[in-house]
Design a protein around this ligand. Structure first.
Ligand code: MTE
Ligand code: MO
Length: 381
C-alpha cells in the first residue's frame, strides 16, 4: 500500500477520498479563525505523501545559464531573508458539489471548504532565482515546479506559473518551509512547498523537488489536461484541452459558513447572524459582500473583517490582497415567513462580481464554481 506511510489526520475533517487523502474542514468551523489551524486546513493530494529526510533534502534549480544549482533546507533557511506571507489557498474544485447538482461533473465532490488561509514563511522565489544566476533577457517565460510525490509510473506532480509572477517584487511568491509558525506539516508539503499567492491551489506545489525555468509551460498532466475551464456546451467527447488556458488567477468567490443548510433558527431570538468568507484571485481585494435574506429581492452589506484585531484600513498594498476576508451580517429575522433563502455575493477591487447561478458557468470538470452561494433555513414558531 503506497499510502501506508501517510500522516495521521484530524478526525473532524470531512474526507472526500482516503487514498489519496482529500478532505475539507466542517463548514461550521471554517471561519472560526482568520488563520486556519493547520490541522483543519483543507488537504488535496493527488498521490501518496512522500517521506522526505530534511537533512539530505536538496532543491534543484534548472534552466539557468550556469547549470543546475542545488540548495539544502539549511541553505534556504540561512542564505536568504525570510518572508512571512498570509495567503489563502483555494482548490479550483471548491464548491464543485453545487455544480454537480446542475449536471454531473468529473472530480472530487468538494463542498464550500476547499479553501483555507495560513501564514507561510520562507525565502522569496525571486531571491533564490537571482542567487541561482537568473539574468533578464533570456527566453524563459515560465517557472516549472516538480514535487517529490510520484505515481506508479514514477511521474511526479508538477505545474508552472508565469516567470513574471515569480520574479515580481510584488508577487510575494515564496518557498515556504513554515506554515502557521511551525515546520510545514507532511500533508502540506514538508519540508518545502511553493506558495504562489493569488494563484489557484494546483500551482502551489508541495514537497518541492525541482524548479525549472523554461520557454514553455509545464508538460504535466495537471497543467495541460486538467485545471482548465470550458463552455457548458463542451462535453467529454468534444473537449480539446489545448484550446483553453491553464487556470492561474481564480475569480471572485464567497460562501456562507453559518447558518448551515437546513438549520432551524429560533424565531424568539428575533435576529440572525450570517457568517462567511470572501476572496478573489490575483491579489484583488474584497471590497464588499452583499447578503440577502429573501432569495435576492433585497440586499444588505456585510461587515468585513481582516486579521483579528486589525483595522481594515491597514489593508494590504493595492493588488496584494492575498488573504481572504471573513464577514458577518446581523439582521432582524423577517416576519411572516417560515423559510429563508440566504444568499451572499462578493465584489473585488476590479468590481468583478459572482454570477447568480451555476448553470451558465457549468463545466465538465466542475472548476471555477463561484456562483452566488445560497443557503435555505427554517424559522421555528
Ligand atoms: N503539490 C504536489 N506535489 N502534489 C499535489 O497533489 N495538489 C495541488 C497543490 N500542490 C498537489 C500539490 C492542489 S490541486 C491543491 S488545491 C493544493 O496543493 C492543496 O494544498 P493543501 O493540501 O496544502 O491544501
Ligand atoms: Mo486543487
Amino acid at each position: 500500500d503506497p499510502y501506508a506511510k501517510d500522516p495521521p489526520r484530524h478526525p473532524v475533517l470531512r474526507v472526500n477520498s482516503q487514498k489519496p487523502f482529500n478532505a475539507e474542514p466542517p463548514t461550521e468551523i471554517l471561519t472560526d479563525n482568520f488563520i486556519t489551524p493547520s490541522a483543519f486546513f483543507f488537504k488535496r493530494n493527488h498521490l501518496p505523501v512522500p517521506q522526505v529526510d530534511p537533512s539530505t533534502y536538496q532543491l534543484k534549480i534548472q534552466g539557468l545559464p550556469g547549470g543546475t544549482v542545488s540548495l539544502s533546507l539549511e541553505d534556504l533557511k540561512s542564505r536568504f531573508p525570510k518572508y512571512i506571507v498570509t495567503a489563502t489557498l483555494q482548490c479550483a474544485g471548491n464548491r464543485r458539489s453545487e455544480m454537480n447538482q446542475v449536471k454531473q461533473v468529473k472530480g472530487l465532490n468538494w463542498g464550500i471548504a476547499a479553501i483555507s488561509n495560513a501564514t507561510w514563511a520562507g525565502p522569496r522565489l525571486r531571491d533564490v532565482l537571482l542567487y541561482a544566476g537568473y539574468k533578464s533577457g533570456g527566453k524563459a517565460q515560465h517557472v516549472h515546479f516538480e514535487g517529490l510525490d510520484k505515481d506508479v509510473t514514477g511521474t511526479s506532480y508538477g505545474a508552472s506559473i508565469p516567470l513574471g509572477k515569480a520574479l515580481s517584487e510584488e508577487g510575494d511568491v515564496i518557498l515556504a518551509y513554515e506554515m502557521n509558525g511551525e515546520d510545514l506539516p507532511a500533508d502540506h508539503g514538508f519540508p518545502v512547498r511553493v506558495v504562489v499567492p493569488g494563484i489557484v491551489g494546483a500551482r502551489n506545489v508541495k514537497w518541492l523537488d525541482k524548479i525549472v525555468l523554461s520557454e514553455v509551460e509545464s508538460s504535466s498532466h495537471w497543467q495541460q489536461n486538467d485545471y482548465k475551464g470550458f463552455s457548458p456546451g463542451t462535453d467529454w467527447d468534444t473537449v480539446d484541452f489545448k484550446s483553453a488556458p491553464a487556470i492561474q488567477e481564480l475569480p471572485v468567490q464567497s460562501a456562507i459558513t453559518w447558518p448551515a443548510e437546513g438549520a432551524v433558527l429560533d424565531h424568539s431570538l428575533g435576529e440572525v447572524t450570517v457568517k462567511g468568507y470572501a476572496w478573489s484571485g490575483g491579489g484583488r481585494e474584497i471590497v464588499r459582500v452583499d447578503v440577502s435574506l429573501d432569495g435576492g429581492k433585497t440586499w444588505q452589506v456585510a461587515k468585513l473583517q481582516g486579521r483579528e484585531g486589525e483595522a481594515l484600513d491597514l489593508s494590504p498594498p493595492p493588488g496584494r490582497a492575498w488573504a481572504w476576508k471573513l464577514w458577518e451580517l446581523s439582521a432582524p429575522l423577517p416576519s411572516g415567513t417560515q423559510e429563508l433563502e440566504i444568499i451572499c455575493k462578493a465584489v473585488d477591487s476590479s468590481y468583478n462580481v459572482q454570477p447568480d447561478s451555476m448553470a451558465p458557468i457549468w463545466n465538465l470538470r466542475g472548476v471555477l464554481s463561484n456562483a452566488w452561494h445560497r443557503v435555505k433555513v427554517k424559522i421555528s414558531e
